[in-house]
Design a protein around this ligand. Structure first.
Ligand SMILES: *Cc1c(COP(=O)(O)O)cnc(C)c1O
Length: 405
């Protein structure tokens, strides 16, 4: 049975919305992007959402907006997709990697130990769609001793007066934490609308603004929008309106706006996300849990508690008492049955660019321990019960094969 890892959800509504965009004759930033921003804002229950061309550029834009640059430090988990740290490096700052807990998410104890007077931001990552311990992270940055260490540079840092919490919520659209939606849990959150994510625009990212007083989030939205389009006072769409040709460039901005033809895909998806797509993802997650809970060699990923709900982005299965090479062997056996599996994630200190900078996986034992036993199984709305049972059977057979030989 051939089962892909993460095909995009493309139904007739998605196709119709894209075709409609093509037929209007307007394919780059315009009404579809605006509509997607509004739908995202409604879902998240936040007032200001800006869409750009990727989560990576969204993170860079925010770090730049907060005045972060050369010599500054930003705390990130060692266990994430590299974009989290690369965004920090792209603005000239230093990613300070810390280890994780057994829910795959950044350790608050380790964050605390890593804070210095150079720390400007913390970027927690909701791995697999499971929200981080935001109650503790938010109280940590507001702690008076920690605030005393903070040395502001520029007006935004002065206004906030503390470390910025910028969540890399690439995985967690639709997740809930103590009655609140992911996207409202920190100062600023960034979703990814990349092709493999829960909602996709092929490539894209969404910035949810939730800054406290004295910030005016609507004003911040306007600034960021300007900075996402060359610092140009009018976008191409506005310029097409009668008499609208004259513009000014008022800031050396980036060129990271989202095109309408991409937004159309996400627009059709997000309208059925909460009621349908997220429900279907939960169905798959729960079906796996039910089948794997009977196997003593399987460790189930975090799912939900009374107060926290995942967005069911990944099914990060872990295998008890298995080595990294045994895990690799299992993946090979599973792949032979036609089931595509993956690992989320190779800890950043194991990748060349970071190794060459001096990061060493030995300093992140819990990242390694979770990585070396992890296999991500397919999870998406289109999966049938029959396919799920086949995947579980393939996984079990692979485990037996590896453990017997
Ligand atoms: C996918 C992903 C990103 C990057 O998203 P893009 O939209 O592709 O830039 C960032 N962080 C994490 C954890 C991701 O999984």
């Amino acid at each position: 049975m051939n089962i892909p890892f993460s095909p995009p959800f493309v139904d007739q509504d998605v196709i119709d919305e894209v075709v409609n965009t093509l037929e209007t004759g307007w394919i780059t930033t315009g009404p579809k992007v605006k509509a997607l921003e509004i739908e995202t804002a409604k879902l998240v229950e936040v007032n200001n959402v800006l869409c750009v061309n990727s989560a990576t550029s969204a993170l860079m834009l925010i770090l730049h907006w907060y005045g972060i640059g050369s010599g500054d430090e930003v705390i990130v988990p060692a266990y994430t997709y590299s974009a989290t740290a690369l965004a920090v490096m792209h603005v000239g700052a230093i990613p300070i990697m810390v280890d994780i807990e057994n829910d795959f998410n950044i350790s608050v104890q380790k964050i605390k130990a890593a804070i210095t007077s150079r720390t400007k931001a913390i970027m927690p990552v909701d791995i697999a769609g499971w929200p981080c311990n935001y109650n503790e992270i938010n109280s940590l940055v507001n702690d008076s001793e920690i605030k005393k260490l903070f040395t502001p540079k520029g007006v935004n840092q002065e206004n906030l007066g503390r470390i910025l919490v910028l969540s890399d919520a690439a995985h967690s659209i639709g997740a809930k934490y103590y009655g609140k939606q992911s996207g409202t849990l920190t100062d600023i959150s960034v979703f990814s609308y990349h092709a493999v994510k829960n909602v996709t625009t092929a490539e894209g990212g969404a910035i949810c603004l939730n800054l406290p007083e004295p910030f005016d989030n609507a004003e911040v939205y306007k600034t960021l929008r300007l900075w996402s389009l060359n610092g140009q006072t009018k976008d191409a769409y506005t310029k097409t309106q009668a008499g609208g040709w004259r513009y000014d460039i008022v800031y050396p901005g980036f060129k990271i706006n989202m095109p309408d033809v991409c937004a159309a895909i996400g627009l059709a998806q997000i309208k059925k996300y909460t009621q349908q797509l997220l429900v279907e993802r939960r169905r798959v997650f729960e079906a796996y849990n039910k089948l794997f809970s009977e196997k003593d060699w399987a460790i189930l990923p975090p799912f939900e508690t009374e107060y926290i709900k995942s967005s069911y982005h990944l099914y990060a299965l872990r295998i008890n008492s298995i080595t990294e090479s045994e895990r690799d062997g299992m993946m090979y056996e599973i792949a032979k049955t036609g089931v595509s599996v993956n690992v989320h994630f190779i800890p950043m200190p194991m990748l060349s660019v970071f190794k060459n900078m001096g990061y060493d996986i030995k300093e992140y034992p819990n990242s390694y321990a979770n990585y070396s036993r992890e296999i991500s199984l397919p999870i998406y709305p289109q999966l049938t019960q029959e396919q799920i049972e086949f995947i579980v059977l393939s996984t079990e057979q692979a485990f037996k094969q590896i453990k017997i030989f």
